[in-house]
Design a binder for this molecule. Structure first.
Ligand code: GLY
Length: 385
């Protein structure tokens, strides 16, 4: 890693660790997602609250707090982080019994929790949990269409044929399961899905759409949907990040160069849309005003660019990707990171979806991807996805 970037990231990580030190004590028994007006994290495992079947302990971001704890544990070796991360995993396990509220995001839930635990501690229970999640994910595969179904039918919407670009991260769970069990079936499914996304989601100009619907009986592509972006056909930035970073991981996990080329196409598209401010909007095609941002998408795009810069050989491109990633993360650090005691989250100005009423919130996975990117810049070789 570039020495200047490494030095800078190490300094930033000192502030991160000071913050996670006390935030982790406050949230030992919570599954946190976002902070309230007092800066306190909510709790997706709060038994007093009425959650839907898919947004309580099944909520798709519930693995990220454990992921932060494992990243900090690897660095500090402070046993408290390991203890707290294992509590998170225990809190997530009952999700398997709720089944109907589970979805393809078992990857997001169990890679940074159970898989990370197993890889770091060799714990047999964590391995079993992770393989259970991988088998559920594999069970969502539609063989005719070669895609993994995203969600079950909730809200009277027929989603049997729906796949989303975000799943490019979840398939890392399948690649891991094949390496772990020596059973190639998981990886076959991961590759089939990645190839479908490559052929059916990535547009001519290198941008990606969020949701594509296939006929669940014949597998034929029906249409795409706008999803969380500005409009149909627009470029939701977090989705560009899921695609760019996801195809880079798919290449690293499979060795298939077509995925690497796809990641480069998405990266090159993003580079044409990122302006000098280094601030990332919710959608590259949104109107100038209101200037909604998504710092979370910013951190994911940056993480993907760092990873991609390490996979390719072209020196000029390597530098371009890494420099852009650094600029994005430095902008977050200087303009959007809160290291004070006023708020339990670090990264500000995240937006779940362009058309949501609320914008510029905190989101635990923004903190995760920010911290992950800082560790990458600091030269860490740990690869989560
Ligand atoms: N995976 C859903 C999102 O990025 O908001």
């Amino acid at each position: 890693m570039n020495e200047k970037y490494r030095e800078w990231a190490e300094k930033e990580l000192i502030k991160v660790k000071e913050k996670i030190e006390w935030v982790s004590d406050n949230n030992k028994y919570k599954l946190p997602y976002t902070t309230d007006e007092k800066g306190v994290y909510d709790n997706r495992a709060d038994s007093e609250k009425k959650f839907r079947i898919d947004d309580g302990i099944n909520w798709w971001t519930n693995g990220f707090w454990a992921g932060i704890l494992w990243l900090i544990y690897r660095d500090t070796e402070n046993p408290k982080y390991r203890e707290y991360a294992i509590i998170q995993e225990e809190m997530l396990r009952p999700a398997f019994n709720m089944f109907y509220g589970l979805h393809h995001d078992v990857g997001f839930m169990f890679i940074p929790s159970a898989v990370a635990d197993y890889r770091i501690t060799d714990d047999a229970k964590a391995r079993r949990t992770a393989l259970h999640a991988a088998s559920l994910l594999a069970g969502r595969f539609n063989e005719k269409g070669g895609f993994i179904r995203a969600w079950n039918d909730l809200d009277d919407c027929d989603t049997r044929g729906w796949a989303i670009v975000d799943c490019m991260f979840n398939i890392s769970l399948l690649f891991w399961a094949s390496r772990e069990t020596k059973d190639p079936r998981y990886a076959h499914i991961a590759k089939a899905h990645a190839t479908t996304v490559m052929n059916s989601f990535v547009r001519e100009n290198g941008s990606v759409c969020h949701i594509v619907e296939f006929d669940p009986e014949t597998g034929k592509r029906i249409k795409s949907y706008c999803g969380q972006g500005y409009a149909h056909g627009s470029s939701w930035t977090r989705g560009q990040g899921w695609g760019l970073y996801g195809f880079t991981s798919a290449y690293r996990n499979s060795g298939d160069k077509a995925y690497l080329k796809t990641a480069e196409r998405i990266a090159d598209y993003c580079l044409t849309r990122i302006d000098d401010s280094g601030i990332i909007p919710v959608d590259f095609d949104q109107p100038k005003e209101p200037a909604y941002e998504d710092s979370c998408g910013a951190c994911i795009i940056a993480g993907g660019l760092i990873d991609l810069s390490e996979q390719i050989e072209d020196e000029k491109k390597k530098k371009k990707y890494l420099d852009t990633a650094f600029k994005i993360i430095k902008t977050i650090a200087e303009k959007r990171a809160d290291y004070s005691r006023d708020c339990e989250a670090i990264v500000k100005n995240c937006s779940a979806s362009y058309h949501n009423k609320k914008h510029h919130e905190t989101m635990v996975y923004a903190d995760y991807f920010y911290i992950e990117a800082l560790y990458k810049l600091a030269g860490s070789e740990f690869v989560m996805w």
